[in-house]
Design a protein around this ligand. Structure first.
Ligand SMILES: Cc1ncc(COP(=O)(O)O)c(C=O)c1O
Length: 402
């Protein structure tokens, strides 16, 4: 008689805190789609879902690398020409004191490896609130409790320095700074970068500078890298092809480790142990890194023109719509308006999907100050789609709360 496994297999208890609001809403959207409605997706941070295309010279580079037989494993840190190109780009951004560069399967894997290589049980890491949920998911996996600091809406969503100071404990090992920010679209001031660097110096923190959107500054101001401002501080700068180079499905990200050599070298050895253990990042796609960073950047002109027009349309709607207010995004492609409603923002967002077939993500899915309510808009869709979606959101606000 063959035996059958009947007992339930429960997942690890540490996954309790893993939340990914964006994907969780998908169940509601599925219901609505099954009823035959088309959903307007203002929730997906993937430019390729909209009218953006991967630059053809990058596709050609990957195609060529496959034809040239680059289909085996690569070195664990990445192929030489890619690493040199990332170093060159870092130098152009004024990052000095670089001790290591490594290529990973998206920034998602850089984050996974860098946090796992740093944190012991009992340690904590400062992450922003609202946050990009990858960080809290990785911390849950490591059984490391959340220690969040607020971004300050009344100060253009800049990090709240007083809150950061209050939250630093003797076991705080580092701080995550997402700049330009997801979900608020804010860009840090030089003064803010300097102040955070000073706190890091004083408390021996590693700074994780998630700069994956650094070329998507909407109004053309230059982006200032944290590692440039803090060349002596241990900083891991995250970058990749997903956003700036419109190739999220290739899963190519990287980390740049900089700072005082003596301080950062043992940590870099730890990172490299984990890099070796997982063999390597996607091999052929790494050959797009050099042409991306050193080749024509023409696509960025068009991308930023679209983002500027769609950001402006979004802000106009926010200004004209009762119950809605929003800090103008300056980078990336997200807006994070506050809504003045008498119920949870999650209920509002679920009803928006059910009744108006528009999908945004509730602020409580990213974390927010108690008593405040928000939703995140991805303003990647074209102007016509955005206009239709915004009219539907305004209708629901009026019908439900007036
Ligand atoms: C702030 C931030 N960091 C990291 C990522 C993940 O990037 P990747 O596609 O390189 O894994 C995203 C994706 O949306 C993001 O918004």
């Amino acid at each position: 008689m063959p035996t059958t496994q009947l007992r339930e297999i429960s997942p690890a208890a540490r996954l309790e805190n893993v939340r990914y609001a964006i994907r969780d809403l998908a169940c509601v959207a599925d219901e609505v789609s099954k009823q035959g409605h088309k959903i307007l997706p203002l929730n997906i941070g993937d430019p390729l879902n909209f009218d953006f295309v991967t630059p053809p010279h990058l596709i050609e580079a990957v195609h060529k690398s496959m034809r040239d037989g680059k289909n085996g494993y690569s070195p664990s840190s990445g192929v030489k020409e890619a690493i040199e190109a990332i170093r060159g780009e870092a130098a152009r951004k004024g990052i000095t004191n670089i001790h290591d560069v490594f290529v990973t399967s998206g920034v998602s894997e850089t984050v996974d490896i860098c946090l796992a290589a740093l944190l012991n049980p009992g340690d904590n890491l400062l992450t922003p609130c609202p946050d990009y949920p990858l960080y809290s998911a990785v911390l849950s996996k490591l059984d490391v409790p959340l220690n969040t600091y607020y971004l300050d809406e009344s100060n253009g969503w800049q990090p709240d320095l007083d809150d950061i100071r209050k939250k630093i404990t003797p076991r705080t090992r580092g701080i995550v700074l997402i700049n330009p920010n997801n979900p608020t679209g804010s860009v840090c001031t030089r003064q803010m970068l300097e102040d955070i660097a000073e706190l890091a110096r004083r408390h021996n923190l590693v700074i994780f500078a998630d700069e994956i959107y650094d070329k998507l500054i909407i109004d053309d101001d230059p982006h200032l890298a944290m590692a440039k401002v803090a060349s002596d501080v241990p900083v891991i700068t995250f970058g990749g092809l997903s956003k700036n180079y419109l190739a999220p499905g290739w899963r190519i990200g990287w980390g740049i480790a900089s700072g005082e050599a003596q301080a950062i070298k043992p940590y870099i050895e730890g990172i490299n142990k984990l890099l070796r253990a997982r063999l390597c990042a996607n091999h052929p796609e790494q050959y797009a890194i050099k042409p991306a960073l050193e080749g024509p950047q023409d696509h960025l002109i068009e991308v930023k023109r679209k983002l500027r027009s769609r950001r402006n349309l979004t802000m106009k709607w926010c200004q004209e719509t009762p119950r809605v207010s929003c800090v103008a995004p300056r980078g990336a492609f997200y807006a994070y308006p506050a809504i003045d409603i008498p119920e949870d923002d999650e209920i509002f967002v679920r009803e928006l999907i059910r009744q108006k077939h528009v999908m945004v993500v509730h602020g409580s899915g990213f974390g927010q100050r108690p008593g405040t309510k928000h939703f995140r808009i991805v303003f990647l869709p074209d102007e016509k789609t955005l206009t239709t979606a915004y009219a539907a959101i305004a209708d629901l606000l009026r019908e439900r709360y007036n």
